[in-house]
Design a protein around this ligand. Structure first.
Ligand code: SF4
Ligand code: ZN
Length: 319
């Protein structure tokens, strides 16, 4: 490559050691080589785990492993950062033709490589149908329905393997998208959710060790560590509001670095503030049909599966 003056452009080098750089940190305005980038990601995840007290000594830790890039990186990172921890990988097979087979194979290969116990549950086993069958009539709502049913399946599986915590691979992009989607849907319950309501009352507490790492950095970490091969995308992915929100936030982040972080920090400050005010969100109780935690008589999954309602009324959806 040549510069405007015609002389060869210098390849950027790591600001810490002078080796060839693989990454430009636009927030801290510095280049990093592969080794320093990997160290930096691991240090930030270690800090997140400590700051939020995500691990208690002796905890059995379930790691939600879809087989995709985020959860694969999470599993490897947790093994590396917590070599003695009691980890078990848990996978939900939603039953998505042409997509799940490859990611399930990848999940199996990664757990075998790391020597980590692996347990799977399927929508077919839990609900008697695959996701493809459930959403045949309303494919545009696939992600919403999938989110509700997967959350319930994942909770059931985490309980079955005796986990004290469930770690998910949500990254900074996912977290900022969820915050913005809650506002776009006017989902008061989720906007006003207090920190203690993220687990407890029948839900295995969830932790998100990658929540401060942008998606691009998770992917680069995985590539530099040789963790994944090309995998198919879920065929329903583009029908979701999330994919539009992702586009908006990605473009904002490009023009205004730090936007995603500020969105997530703003929501975290609001959640902390709610600790000091009388309870605003509806309390959780047991679903009359299945006993899982719910804000109504029936949980969202039971409304969806047994009354036919729910797919229209879904407003609170996580990935
Ligand atoms: Fe489920 Fe949507 Fe994710 Fe596909 S993209 S696995 S349908 S939440
Ligand atoms: Zn229920």
């Amino acid at each position: 490559m040549k510069t405007d003056s015609g002389s060869p452009a210098l390849s950027p080098v790591c600001d810490l050691c002078g080796k060839a750089a693989v990454f430009l940190d636009r927030i801290r305005n510095r280049h990093l080589c592969a080794a320093h980038f990997i160290d930096d990601v691991e240090e930030r995840v270690r800090r997140t785990i400590q700051e939020y007290a995500m691990v208690q000594p002796g905890d059995r830790f379930a790691v939600a492993l879809s087989g995709g890039k985020d959860s694969t990186v999470l599993l490897h990172l947790l093994r590396r950062l917590m070599p003695g921890a009691d980890l078990v990988a848990v996978t939900v097979d939603e039953g998505i033709d042409g997509y799940r087979e490859a990611t399930l194979r990848s999940a199996g290969a990664n757990t075998r490589r790391l020597g980590i116990e692996h347990s799977t549950i399927s929508f077919l086993e839990m609900y008697g149908k695959t996701l493809d069958e459930i959403v045949r009539e309303h494919q545009d709502r696939a992600c919403g329905i999938c989110g509700i049913l997967r959350r319930k399946a994942m909770n059931t599986l985490a309980r079955r393997v005796g986990a004290a915590k469930l770690a998910t691979g949500h990254n900074l992009d996912d977290e900022s998208q969820s915050v913005l989607m809650n506002w776009l849907r006017g989902d008061r319950e989720r906007i006003l959710r207090r920190p203690e309501e993220f687990g407890g009352q029948g839900f295995i507490p969830r932790v998100k060790p990658l929540m401060e790492i942008p998606e691009k950095e998770v992917a680069l970490y995985g590539i530099l560590n040789g963790l994944f091969v090309e995998l198919p995308e879920c065929p329903y992915m583009h029908s979701a509001l999330r994919s539009e929100v992702r586009g908006i936030l990605t473009s904002l982040e490009r023009g205004h670095p730090g936007t995603m972080r500020r969105v997530v920090e703003g929501q975290a400050r609001l959640s902390q503030h709610l600790l000091a005010v009388p309870r605003a969100a509806r309390p959780l109780r047991a679903c009359e049909r299945c006993g899982d935690p719910s804000t109504a008589r029936l949980c969202q999954a039971c409304r969806l599966l047994h009354t036919g309602a729910g797919s229209e009324t879904i407003v609170s959806l996580d990935r």
